[in-house]
Design a protein around this ligand. Structure first.
Ligand code: ATP
Ligand code: MN
Ligand code: MN
Length: 301
């Protein structure tokens, strides 16, 4: 298969501000954070977020009346996002094409926030070639009652096993309960190859340590274990994007971290939208500057 070279993502320069209506509407009731606060967070964090988000089909978690009211997961355009939110037609399983969304600038992010978006979830492929996945995500989902230290240990196990295969991976606190282990990859394998690798990797891990890990969705088998959710790597699946806010208590943020600092965290929701400046500074620090970047390919196994 032809390798599509990874061009630097095109990020649109900041343009005229998007008008945010109802800035004082409370979106996170726990601390009274408003739609205006959320828009300000995204405007500040956009430079850190866009290298990952730009040019990637996204699904949105929209909660127009706030996170405690009804939220919905939106995959397709509803025709109301305006000029800063772009479309990419993607063929669905039934053969029909549907318009998916992607944004490549601060204005696009804010246009989504204006429409009630809290969370941004991205495909493991970019809009310029949706059939060529460019990353893999292992989403660690701990069963109720497990300690965060168990999740940290699982993430490090995965990192080490990937490293044994010559693959560099990166850790992200999900903003919820788990950690995502993210692998950037050259666009030289198919979705089938990605899903198959992710499934075999997760199942081998579960087989080698069945007391701690499970690689099947079945809730019953999860009891006291960590589900290695490899299903994020199927065509059409998404995972929460770096620096996305979460529609959860206290407005947490999905946050890239360095492996060396993982031990310091006591939960996956260590950062919130109130910490935009610190998050931006972290993203520009030496520690995180190369986060999520590597030129590597899946081994042919
Ligand atoms: P946590 O650490 O709490 O598990 P998470 O973001 O990993 O946080 P999951 O429940 O594991 O949450 O969800 C995994 C992914 O499934 C989400 O990141 C999202 O991209 C996708 N997803 C979530 N809700 C929906 C939905 N309603 N329809 C389709 N996909 C969804
Ligand atoms: Mn998860
Ligand atoms: Mn999951």
């Amino acid at each position: 298969k032809d390798v599509k070279p990874e061009r630097p993502v095109h990020i649109e320069p900041p343009r005229q501000a998007v008008t945010i209506s109802n800035r004082s509407r409370v979106i996170f009731p726990e601390r009274g954070q408003t739609k205006g606060d959320l828009a300000d967070y995204y405007a500040k964090i956009a430079p850190a977020m866009l290298p990952f988000l730009a040019n990637r089909p996204v699904s949105l978690v929209r909660c127009p009346q706030g996170r405690a009211k009804q939220c919905f997961f939106q995959k397709h355009d509803s025709g109301s996002f305006g000029e800063h939110v772009h479309h990419v037609p993607i063929k669905e399983k039934d053969g029909n094409s549907e318009d998916y969304l992607h944004v490549s600038g601060e204005a696009g992010i804010l246009a989504c926030v204006q429409m009630g978006t809290i969370e941004f979830h991205g495909w493991c492929a970019k809009a310029d070639d949706v059939e060529a996945p460019d990353r893999m995500v292992f989403d660690l989902d701990p069963d109720e009652g497990l300690d965060f230290s168990d999740v940290k240990r699982a993430a490090k196990d995965i990192r080490d096993r990937l490293s044994d295969l010559g693959l560099v991976s990166f850790a992200m606190l999900s903003g919820g309960k788990g950690i995502h282990v993210v692998l950037p990859l050259r666009r030289d394998h198919t979705w089938e190859a990605h899903a198959s690798f992710a499934e075999r990797f997760a199942k081998a891990l579960a087989l080698s340590d069945p007391e701690r890990y499970v690689a099947t969705m079945s809730k019953a088998k999860r009891k006291g274990r960590i589900f290695i959710d490899w299903l994020r790597n199927q065509r059409g699946s998404t995972a929460v994007m770096p620096y996305s806010a979460r529609a959860r208590e206290n407005a947490p943020v999905a946050t890239p971290i360095d492996w060396g600092e993982l031990d310091d965290f006591e939960s996956a929701h260590a950062f919130t939208i109130a910490g935009a400046e610190a998050l931006l500074k972290r993203s520009e620090s030496k520690l995180l500057r190369g986060w999520g970047m590597a030129e590597q390919s899946l081994p042919d196994v």
